[in-house]
Ligand binder design. Structure first.
Ligand code: XIL
Length: 423
């Protein structure tokens, strides 16, 4: 073989090899096994954020993300500096793209965000108190009107506290005082009463000065009728810091007790940039434990990650030496974290069915018998237990009738020890 033809053969071979390798990177992204995360259960929405310009992403990006989730947040394009860079001049292009994509793919959109100390233009920051309030009102009115019927959840206020629990010393706070927060909520409710209004922050997972401060503020809002529907736990975690999961559950419960919905809004779990399997397993355990607690808390409405592939994440640009915080690796392959989330989402507690327990107190007794009697006589039409109409049908015949009454009597007198419905 002549030297030249050998050379061109090598060139041709290496071109072929390179293109095969390029293809394999894209084609090889493994589809995860099991159900897609949004389909594992129906109790919570599961989501991601999409960055600005997401429509230009390659097909692997969409093939991976689209079937996986059912709620999406704009990473940046619905922040003030993107939507209203100069006063009363709104740029909707990117936000509209997201909303249209969501509609076409059956996703809910989570709006993010109105008042924040960050990514808000200088023209806002330099206003005096009255002008700032007017600008805030106008921003909220215009954005909510533009997205009316398209964005059912908005983060109204974002990151308003310092870690020590004092109000964040932001331009909002310095110019308007802490009332900027409630004013934003009041305005948002008036602009579109159908939208869920959220207070969103990071480092709220634990009981401690910051979450205590958020709790006190929201409790006060509730007591004074300031409209707020939910709390957003951003949940930007790092395996360097231990988490007390029981404390997290306890913390969620106190917000739920205020009547608030809970959203996990921006979850990611950072590990080293040069990570290893031990770190990735630890990361998976963080995802698993947090989401298991969320599934046991009925107030949790959505679990949203701040992205889905380590190829696109805010982490490496923000936290030095940290990376790989999401569920899919840089080649879109599902990680241990993915399967941990999938398993945790499946842990939705199934309500325990106790046949005959019509008042839901955990046992079958004479009160249940008398409740059934009242029902059959038409004195009541339902039972105190949430699943009362199901558990009253003790022979699972499809209706509650005198036969159930007879069987109930047999049970209470010890003639039978199990209801036919249980057999
Ligand atoms: C981040 C984005 O991911 C970055 O692209 C941007 O440069 C800065 O903001 N809390 C929030 C999000 O509420 O809006 C932030 O998003 C991450 C922390």
């Amino acid at each position: 073989m002549k030297k030249n033809s050998f050379k061109s053969l090598t060139v041709a071979l290496s071109v072929l090899l390179t293109s095969l390798m390029v293809c394999s990177v894209t084609v090889n992204a493994a589809t995860p096994t099991g159900k897609r995360l949004k389909d594992v259960q129906s109790r919570v929405m599961v989501g991601t954020e999409f960055s600005s310009g997401f429509t230009n992403m390659d097909s692997t990006f969409f093939n991976t993300a689209t079937p996986e989730f059912n709620i999406v947040t704009a990473e940046n394009c619905m922040k003030w500096s993107d939507l209203e860079p100069s006063q009363n001049n709104f740029t909707w292009t990117e936000g509209d793209r997201l909303v249209n994509w969501a509609k076409a793919n059956n996703y809910t959109v989570h709006g993010h965000t109105f008042v924040w100390y960050n990514q808000t233009p200088n023209w806002v920051q330099n206003l005096n108190a009255n002008a700032m309030e007017a600008a805030m009102n106008n921003h909220i009115d215009k954005v909510m009107a533009h997205y009316k019927g398209k964005i059912p959840i908005w983060d109204v206020a974002n990151e308003c506290f310092e870690d020590n629990g004092t109000y964040r010393n932001s331009f909002w706070y310095r110019v308007m005082g802490k009332s900027y927060i409630e004013k934003a909520f009041i305005r948002a409710r008036a602009a579109d009463p159908s939208v869920k209004l959220i207070y969103n922050d990071y480092n709220l997972e634990y009981t401690g000065p910051k979450s205590n401060a958020a709790y006190e503020m929201l409790k006060d809002f509730k007591s004074r009728g300031i409209p707020v529907d939910g709390i957003g736990f951003q949940m930007h975690l790092d395996i360097q810091y231990a988490i007390d999961y029981n404390d997290f559950a306890k913390n969620m419960q106190r917000f739920a007790d205020l009547g608030l919905e809970i959203y996990i809004t921006e979850m990611d779990v950072r590990v080293s940039s040069n990570t290893n399997s031990a770190e990735l397993d630890k990361q998976a355990s963080y995802y698993k434990n947090i989401i298991e607690k969320c599934m046991a808390q009925p107030a949790v409405k959505a679990i949203q990650f701040w992205g889905f592939t380590d190829k696109y994440s805010w982490v490496p640009g923000t936290f030095q030496g940290r990376d790989n915080a999401l569920l899919f690796d840089k080649n879109y392959n599902p990680k241990s974290a993915y399967y941990a989330v999938q398993a945790a989402l499946a842990t939705t507690p199934v309500p325990k069915v106790i046949y005959g327990d019509l008042d839901g107190n955990g046992s079958v007794d004479a009160i249940d018998y008398s409740l059934l009697k009242q029902y059959l006589l038409g004195a009541i039409t339902k039972f105190p237990a949430e699943n009362g109409l199901t558990v009253a049908d003790v022979n699972a015949s499809g209706s509650i009738d005198s036969l159930d009454f007879v069987i109930m009597k047999q049970y209470l007198t010890g003639l039978i020890t199990k209801f036919p419905a249980q057999e």
